[in-house]
Design a protein around this ligand. Structure first.
Ligand code: KG4
Ligand code: ZN
Length: 333
């Protein structure tokens, strides 16, 4: 079964062709990040206008890269939420129009669940039941996955998402957007034990809170630097990045291990933009190895928002009986 995936939940316009829920034949991602950079975050109106302009070309490009035409598509899978309203509407409307005009079946999929699927691209899904950590710019959640249509939430962030905290700390340190990659780069040069940051207590043991640590970084900067806006590279900046990253990642590792032991599972599947972080990968692998837990990470290109994960999950769901009709709407939470 050949599936066209479409993903437009945030700033990206993405399309991919995936065969039999496994083999990625093409994966095209066009980002409007450059147009948002000067605002220090994503501006929804800029995002959906760019998506309107590029979606046709991105889908054409995905078909061309895979060496196929629209007549070869058996299913269209599209992200229907959560995400930015205008952005989701571009993808869902495009997918519905294509489905209607070419008489191709349609399935809407959840963006966060597709991040879980990203780890299975090119290898195929398995290892049920497992725990999944989805850690991105908008969400930080732990799930118990009995099957890909039986997913229950174990805990999630009470305030900022982990990626959002990386982005906000980078903003405090004047390091640009997105914050994750640049903080990771600086953290390699810093001392993770230099400053004692801590993540706040949470309501439930598997919930997260990252807003307190972001504020602690802000106060530290205000106290230790003459200007509230740090400029240029300084060794202290690397120490702040390393100490912040250490604390945020230790929390992710601790709670993921706790979830695995609470649910008595031997597999952890990680997804979302923060899953690209090498320190997170190393620490999770190390901690899991001691407990005989297998950790599945997506390759780096599939950590970030992409449409291959949407096509893969959509195919699996369709084969298990899920189908959307032309009433498909976006769902913001
Ligand atoms: O999954 P994603 O592409 O988009 C959302 O669905 O949010 O994740 C983007 C987030 C951003 O907050 C970005 O700063 C973070 O992932 N990120 C990272 C790294 N690469 C991206 N965070 C930590 N370390 C990284 N290497
Ligand atoms: Zn995402």
């Amino acid at each position: 079964m050949i599936v066209l995936g479409i993903e437009t939940s945030c700033d990206e316009t993405a399309a991919a062709i995936v065969k039999d829920a496994k083999t990625v034949c093409s994966n095209v991602v066009s980002s409007s990040l450059l147009f948002h950079k000067k605002y220090g975050g994503i501006v929804p109106e800029i995002a959906f206008r760019k998506q309107m302009e590029t979606i046709t070309q991105v889908v054409d490009c995905a078909l061309k890269d895979a060496g196929i035409g629209l007549e070869d598509i058996d299913l269209i899978s599209v992200t229907d939420g959560p995400g930015l309203l205008g952005s989701l509407l571009v993808g869902v409307s495009f997918a519905k129009a294509l489905s209607y005009s070419r008489n191709i079946p349609l399935v809407g999929v959840n963006h966060l669940y597709s991040h879980i699927y990203a780890g299975f691209l090119n290898i195929g899904p398995g290892n049920f039941p497992f725990v999944s950590l989805v850690v991105s710019g908008g969400h930080t959640s732990l799930y118990y996955v009995r099957s890909l249509n039986k997913i229950s939430l174990l805990g999630s962030t009470q305030d900022d998402a982990c990626g959002e905290a990386f982005d906000k700390v980078a903003k405090i340190l004047n390091l640009g957007y997105p914050g994750g990659p640049v903080i990771e780069k600086f953290a390699h040069k810093g001392d993770p034990r230099k400053i004692k940051f801590a993540c706040s207590n949470t309501r439930g043991p598997l919930d997260f809170s990252f807003s307190g640590i972001k504020t602690a970084v802000l106060y530290y900067v205000q106290k230790n630097f003459k200007s509230p806006r740090v400029t240029g590279y300084k060794p202290q900046v690397a120490d702040i990045c390393a100490s912040f990253q250490e604390c945020a990642i230790n929390t992710l590792v601790e709670k993921s291990m706790l979830a695995c032991s609470a649910k008595k599972v031997r597999t952890l599947v990680v997804g979302g933009g923060v899953a690209a972080n090498l320190t997170l990968r190393e620490k999770l692998n190390k901690s899991a190895a001691g407990k005989k837990i297998k950790v599945i990470f997506p390759t780096k290109e599939f950590c970030m928002d992409n449409a291959a994960m949407v096509a893969g999950l959509g195919c699996w769901l369709y084969k298990s009986g899920r189908k959307s009709n032309l009433n498909l709407n976006v769902c913001l939470d």
